[in-house]
Ligand binder design. Structure first.
Ligand code: PMV
Length: 317
């Protein structure tokens, strides 16, 4: 049996625009998913027969990273699914990682590239921001240009993403989870339709790219005022792109006066928002009062790692 774990993430700046090849900045958090691969009599997930539709990410990971005998994959998650905290990326990265480790060819760059292919196939369209952050951990800056701390490059069609390591200073973030599950694929498709037909939406995508560049500089300096202002601006544009939700708006509004800044994080349409603050107690209380679930996250955590390797055969009998 081989077990790998991988972290979730918050996107600080750049979601959706990154799918169009723009820059994005994301940070790994201390909520993880672990996946264990065990040789088995048939393909199964958590002891149940594997079904492509029901186990989309696990089954696509298998197509991408496994060509051995049947296996069972057991997953354990600390990340609510559809919360915008990167659960699909973490399950994919931990699965791909465990499969490559079981084959003796585990290596972060291949994990990131294969995991990206899996997300892209399952969602229809994707960027590497979630899967590269879950693989590398710490902070990740994805950008069209290559700069210092370059890790790897991922290309799909017209889009070319250079993936960079990004140092994360000690900052306090509180996530507010709306409890509303929102699938990423349809939201990404909706933004594409809008950007293809609406000039203002296309300009919004361009502006988000600039926000990310300024945000990366502010993060390096630990400039919380600047980061907060950019988060607020990024949030307004995401609403204009049609990925907001009334429940997210309530949580963001509740945090705006009492934090440096707040914005939705991830695909939107529900899911989660994140606030940057020096007072996690007050912000957590405000999120609860506005109907959300506060989650205080530690940031800049370790990426994919092999937890254990060994020999154990699962019997489904
Ligand atoms: O909500 P999540 O964790 O699936 O974040 C998706 C981020 C997007 O930019 C909307 C899509 C992508 O693949 O980059």
């Amino acid at each position: 049996m081989t077990t790998c774990s991988a972290p979730g993430k918050i996107i600080l700046f750049g979601e959706h625009a990154v799918v169009f090849g723009k820059a994005a900045l994301a940070i790994a958090i201390d909520l993880r998913i672990s996946s264990s691969v065990t040789k088995s009599d048939s393909y199964s997930v958590n002891g149940h027969p594997m079904r492509k539709k029901h186990h989309a990410y696990v089954s696509a990971s298998l197509d991408e990273a496994w060509n051995g005998p049947p296996i069972n994959i057991d997953t354990e998650s600390e990340i609510p699914s559809g919360s915008g905290l990167g659960s699909s990326a973490a399950v994919t990265v931990s699965c791909v990682g465990a499969m490559l480790a079981e084959k003796g060819i585990f290596e972060p760059e291949s994990v990131a590239k294969k995991a990206y292919e899996v997300e892209n196939r399952v969602q229809g369209r994707a960027s590497p921001i979630d899967t590269s952050t879950s693989t590398h951990g710490h902070g990740i800056l994805v950008s069209p240009e290559r700069s210092d701390d370059f890790l790897w490059r991922i290309e799909k069609g017209e889009a070319k993403w250079n993936v960079h390591h990004c140092e994360v200073p000690m900052l306090n973030f509180v996530v507010g989870y709306t409890g509303i599950h929102a699938a990423t694929g349809p939201l990404v498709a909706r933004v594409k339709r809008l950007v293809d037909t609406d000039e203002k939406a296309a300009q919004g995508i361009e502006r988000i790219g600039e926000i990310v560049t300024d945000g990366a500089t502010a993060l390096r300096k630990g400039d919380k005022q600047k980061l907060g202002a950019l988060m607020r601006e990024n949030h307004v544009i995401l609403n204009e792109l049609g990925v907001g939700h009334p429940s997210l708006e309530k949580l963001v509004a509740a945090c705006n006066g009492i934090s440096f800044g707040a914005k939705l994080t991830g695909a939107g349409g529900g899911g989660s928002m994140v606030a940057l603050t020096d007072d996690i107690g007050e912000v957590s209380k405000a999120i609860t009062k506005a109907g959300g679930k506060p989650i205080v996250v530690m940031v800049g955590c370790e990426g994919v790692r092999i937890e254990s390797t060994g020999v154990r055969k699962r019997s489904n009998a």
